[in-house]
Write a protein that binds this ligand. Structure first.
Ligand code: TMP
Length: 208
């Protein structure tokens, strides 16, 4: 049986990661792998309800953090762990690095508390912390991302944040990469779509 593979996609809003999530899922499907394409917050009926709340209802930073981790717990239990146990490839649009970048670096929430919650929510029965095998970070200058976003849809609570917030989130992702360079691959998201796609496919071939 194949070993399960867990891949997450990260980046600030407007970095363009979502256009590549489906392509990665398709590449694994073509290689005869079973693929679960999912996202956070979300991925289960309960977590999708929580997503709707955190993206649209006003709340304090602690409530936001707790809802993100509640959604993650349900997603892990209902979708991610069963898929990895079957030997599937899980392609997930965002995971816990987003909490460290957005709630930690962006909102200034205590990183030690986030680490504690991460332990509670993601520890396997063996004690090992569940983390993606590979995290693709779509790195883009926050000013360019803001310009791309301004042409897009009606902003949610995060997309509506000022440029300074996204500069902090970008720094948050930089810190996460530095803390775990083996797991992260930095994708230059300023390139045109085809060039970004080539980088993504190259990283998959090289790392997996
Ligand atoms: P998406 O637009 O990429 O689906 O992500 C939804 C928003 O949720 C995005 O603005 C980032 C934010 N988010 C957090 O703030 N913390 C988290 O832990 C996750 C998973 C997402």
């Amino acid at each position: 049986m194949n070993r399960g593979i867990f891949i997450s996609f990260e980046g600030i809003d407007g970095a363009g990661k979502s256009s590549h999530v489906q392509a990665v899922a398709d590449a694994f499907a073509q290689a005869q792998r079973q693929v679960v394409l999912t996202r956070e917050p979300g991925g289960t009926p309960l977590a999708e309800k929580l997503r709707d709340m955190v993206l649209h209802d006003s709340m304090d930073p602690l409530s936001e953090v707790l809802l993100m981790f509640a959604a993650r717990r349900d997603h892990l239990q209902q979708v991610i762990e069963p898929a990895l146990a079957r030997g599937d490839v899980v392609v997930c649009d965002r995971f816990t690095d987003a909490t460290f970048a957005y709630q930690g670096a962006g909102r200034g929430f205590d990183l030690k508390v986030l680490s504690q919650l991460e332990q509670w929510v993601q520890a396997l029965p063996s004690g090992v912390l569940r983390q993606p095998d590979l995290t693709l970070w779509f790195a883009l200058d926050p000013a360019i991302a803001a310009e791309r976003l301004s042409k897009a849809r009606v902003p949610d609570r995060f997309e509506a944040q000022p440029a300074a917030f996204f500069a902090q989130v970008h720094q948050g992702y930089t810190d996460r990469l530095q803390a775990d360079p083996q797991r992260f691959a930095r994708i230059d998201a300023s390139a045109v779509l085809d060039a970004v796609r080539s980088q993504v496919m190259h990283v998959l071939q090289e790392r997996l």
